[in-house]
Design a binder for this molecule. Structure first.
Ligand code: IFM
Length: 484
């Protein structure tokens, strides 16, 4: 029986500014925390940086034409804050805004809906030097930047996302230090989580004050599909702790206007949370026009004492959803990204692994879609990231075959369809990623693209998964997985 999606479903691809644009010193752009971090010896694989990335800044028109050839009807991209507002305060740089206006116009001219993310991790370095996300002022700065971009592009962009994966910004950036700015201070991470929440709420309000009535505001979270290793009370408690730190720390204030009490208890020896001020929770809980879910793999946890069966308690490898887990990757850090839950042990979920070492398990996506259907009633969902890294090598004739990725996508997109059948209001799916790109601390070694990039020549070659995805986008019917 064919697997069919509702008419009007968005079939998109996704990228982020620092991972693809390059041109980091052009037109007045100043360094972001990722420029500083990637230029610091030892922080990224091979010392890779986003200086050149895949030259999207200069190949924008070609890349949009390629998307149009693939037939996708949406494109999720992020705006580089330091390209638009180099110091993170004050007036915008017109040439920075012009780049994104041109991109949006190109997309619209090809019938591709722009889905704009304001923050995909590239904080202007100047704001980090002034304290970064642990400081409240950064949330105010973010709201000002949101207003600037909203005013400039609100006439042509309908779908807006405030933050991408604030968990990574707070806990990989400030606790484990495997992401920029590379700090290892658990209290700074908790403060950052709150100020990212506040920044989301203030930015949502700023956007709504300048966007036309059709403007839609969202946020993309990377919730962990956390499973206990066993049903023992200890393992169930490990699950609860990680659920609080990975998921409810954001969904609590954003959807319910409150932090979970157990999070306060679990972190009481670190902080009294007095940085949460009167009025903050009301500011954070803003109506959402949709909720973005990014998903890669499930997270299996147990209480301490299971080290024989699991990975080290830092949770850097093989456990927490997507990045919680192993974004940081290449092994430099021994600091936990889980303040107050450092003793929890992370286990590899069973099954096939991608090149990231992440397990292929679409049921985690299904579970999350049904969970957020319950927790955010009436709020449509979008899968704003899903995909996999594999070793994709061009064949002698130049073609790139990636059957593993097709199988991964087929399994996960089938899970989305099952979730819709079971009551989830999912309106779109965005494949991560359009192009092979800079995979943060892993550098260019991990390829997530549906389109292969030869990093020497910057030549783009759609992989077989891109062709497969294009059939899906054209018909709304899930194509079979080719044999062999
Ligand atoms: O490349 C990242 C992206 O920037 C955020 N989500 C996960 C992707 C794969 O690791």
């Amino acid at each position: 029986m064919s697997v069919t999606f509702p008419p009007g479903f968005l079939w998109g691809t996704a990228t982020a500014a620092y991972q693809i644009e390059g041109a980091t010193r052009e037109n007045g752009r100043t360094p972001s925390i990722w420029d500083t971090f990637s230029h610091t010896p030892g922080k990224t694989e091979n010392g890779d940086t986003g200086d050149t990335a895949v030259e999207h800044f200069h190949r924008r028109a070609e890349d949009v034409r390629m998307m149009a050839d693939l037939g996708v009807n949406a494109y999720r991209f992020s705006v580089s804050w330091p390209r638009v507002q180099p110091t993170g305060r004050g007036p915008a740089v017109q040439r920075g805004l012009d780049f994104y206006r041109g991109l949006v116009d190109d997309l619209l001219a090809h019938g591709i809906e722009p889905v704009l993310t304001l923050y995909h991790w590239d904080l202007p370095q100047e704001l980090e030097s002034a304290g970064g996300w642990p400081e409240r002022e950064t949330a105010n700065r973010f709201a000002e930047y949101a207003r600037i971009v909203g005013e400039a592009l609100g006439d042509r962009v309908t779908r807006w996302t405030t933050l991408n994966e604030p968990w990574c910004s707070a806990f990989l950036g400030y606790a484990s230090g495997v992401h920029a700015p590379g700090r290892t201070d658990p209290v700074a991470a908790l403060r950052s989580a709150h100020h990212l929440n506040l920044g989301h709420g203030l930015a949502a309000q700023a956007l709504r004050s300048v966007l036309p009535a059709r403007g839609k505001v969202s946020v993309s979270l990377n919730p962990a599909a956390v499973r206990p290793l066993t049903r023992s009370p200890e393992d169930m408690d490990a699950r609860r702790r990680i659920d609080a730190l990975a998921n409810r720390v954001f969904s609590g204030p954003m959807l319910k206007g409150a932090y979970p009490e157990d999070l306060f208890t679990d972190t009481a020896r670190l902080t009294d949370w007095s940085f949460v001020q009167d009025g903050d929770l009301a500011a954070i809980r803003q109506p959402l026009d949709s909720l973005g879910i990014n998903y890669y793999q499930p997270t299996v946890v147990s209480a301490a004492g299971h080290k024989d069966r699991g990975h080290e308690g830092s949770g850097q490898e093989g456990g927490a959803q997507e990045a919680g887990e192993s974004h940081g990757g290449h092994g430099a850090s021994v600091h936990s990204p889980w303040p107050g839950a450092e003793s929890v042990v992370f286990h590899q979920a069973p099954g096939e692994l991608t090149e990231m070492g992440w397990s292929v398990d679409p049921t985690g996506l299904y579970d999350l879609l049904l969970r957020y259907t319950r927790e955010a009633p009436g709020v449509p969902l979008m899968v704003t990231e899903n995909g996999a890294a594999y070793v994709d090598k061009p064949a002698a004739d130049g073609t790139v075959h990636d059957p593993d990725r097709i199988r991964y996508l087929h399994g996960h997109i089938s899970a989305v369809r099952r979730a819709i059948t079971d009551g989830a209001d999912v309106r779109g799916y965005f494949l991560w990623s359009l192009l092979d790109n800079f995979e943060w601390a892993y550098g260019y070694g991990k390829r997530f693209g549906a389109v292969h990039v030869d990093y020497e020549t910057q030549r783009r070659t759609p992989k077989s998964s891109a062709r497969w995805y294009s059939k899906l986008a054209a018909t709304g019917v899930l194509p079979e997985v080719p044999i062999g």
